[in-house]
Design a protein around this ligand. Structure first.
Ligand SMILES: Nc1ncnc2c1ncn2[C@@H]1O[C@H](COP(=O)(O)OS(=O)(=O)O)[C@@H](OP(=O)(O)O)[C@H]1O
Length: 346
């Protein structure tokens, strides 16, 4: 009798394991050569084992339970790459495009761990991360990290060999972008100051100087990290040639080339490259970037109209800012062709 019970138990155990293995085989067959993403994994498990994962929101709420033992490999991992700055320089588009890569996962929100939430500790930080598989790169982007020397030091203490990505932009266009962002609630209001007034009528005002000196902050990064661990990109290149920038990033991150021109489509209406909505990966992208679902473009908060700058004030700004650019280009060993500074020497 005892023997019979044991045999039945053994039979049940073997059957359960065969089901699990079968489920895994179906999932791997379904997703072919491409690394299966966390979303896909959850999706496939929810289809195969509806009693475990009723829907994806349940899955999100308790990821450890959902994945159970057979999902041990898929877990939130601490980031090994950070996009640390600068705000208004295309950080979201950069993160979004990068997350198309099958070997990259990224956080939806800016976590501000190394600035605001450091006290919450590494376990908190880890638990904010998307699920990833061993070998995948986890990216977090918080553009304000670069403004805080304390955050840079904390990042170094956290992982001195982490890869850092910095993206810069024509400083005058960045100022225009900040202006448009500030008055985005009611951009046409007659109450709004003009761009020049917003700059306190002074090309050397604190507001201007605070936002145009990239070198000062990048120097702080180089104080801790070797230059080969820091990739400096430009918003202009990302805007004109996202595919080229993705190649550069792939090389920097040691990833195989994945991107192709078909991944990006230029939207005349938006004036920017957008995600290709017919890409097979598009449904996943929708889960990692907030987009206009129909067009595949970033939302209306990106690509705003910029204010005009009166000619005389523009020239004053160019004269004040030019030396900052020269310092930046020397520091990073490359030069960006910025419309407002066409004649800037290297
Ligand atoms: N492909 C694509 N689609 C939309 N927008 C794009 C793209 N590539 C670069 N950009 C530029 O990104 C600018 C916003 O930068 P950030 O994402 O860093 O802004 S933020 O700091 O996170 O608020 C945003 O600035 P504004 O034009 O001033 O809105 C865009 O010019």
């Amino acid at each position: 009798m005892l023997l019979q019970t044991r045999i039945v138990k053994l039979f049940l155990l073997v059957s359960a394991w065969s089901m699990v293995l079968g489920a895994l085989l179906i999932a791997s067959h379904r997703f072919g050569h491409r690394a299966i993403s966390s979303q896909q994994l959850l999706r496939s498990f929810s289809e195969l084992t509806p009693e475990i994962t009723n829907n994806r929101s349940n899955a999100r709420r308790d990821r450890k339970v959902v994945l159970g033992d057979f999902g041990r490999e898929w877990k939130p991992r601490l980031p090994n790459c950070l996009i640390i700055g600068f705000s208004k320089c295309g950080t979201l588009a950069l993160r979004g495009f990068l997350s198309l890569h099958p070997d990259i996962v990224s956080t939806l929100r800016e976590l501000r761990y190394f600035t605001l939430f450091y006290k919450k500790g590494l376990e908190w930080y880890r638990n904010q991360m998307p699920l990833s598989k061993q070998g995948q790169i986890t990216i977090e982007k918080t553009p304000s990290y670069i403004l805080s020397p304390e955050a840079i030091e904390r990042i170094y203490e956290y992982n001195s060999s982490i890869k850092l990505i910095v993206i810069v932009r024509d400083p005058i266009v960045r100022l225009q972008s900040l202006y448009s962002h500030t008055f985005s609630d009611d951009p046409k209001s007659s109450e709004n100051p003009t761009f020049k007034e917003w700059c306190a009528d002074n090309p050397r005002s604190l507001r201007v100087l605070r936002n145009v000196d990239y070198a000062q902050h990048i120097e702080e990064v180089f104080h801790f990290f070797p230059k080969q661990n820091v990739l400096v990109l430009s918003e202009e290149s990302l805007e004109e040639n996202p595919m080229g920038v993705m190649r550069e990033a792939e090389e920097f991150l040691g990833l195989k080339p994945y991107f192709s021109r078909q991944d990006f489509v230029f939207s005349k209406e938006k004036g920017f490259y957008c995600f290709n909505t017919s890409s097979p990966h598009y449904p996943e992208i929708l889960e990692t970037v907030v987009l206009n679902k129909k067009t595949g473009c970033l939302g209306s908060g990106k690509g705003r109209d910029h204010p005009d700058i009166d000619g005389k004030f523009l020239k004053e700004l160019v004269d004040v800012i030019r030396p900052y650019n020269v310092r930046l280009f020397r520091l990073i060993g490359k030069k960006f062709s910025w419309e407002n500074f066409k004649d800037t020497p290297r």
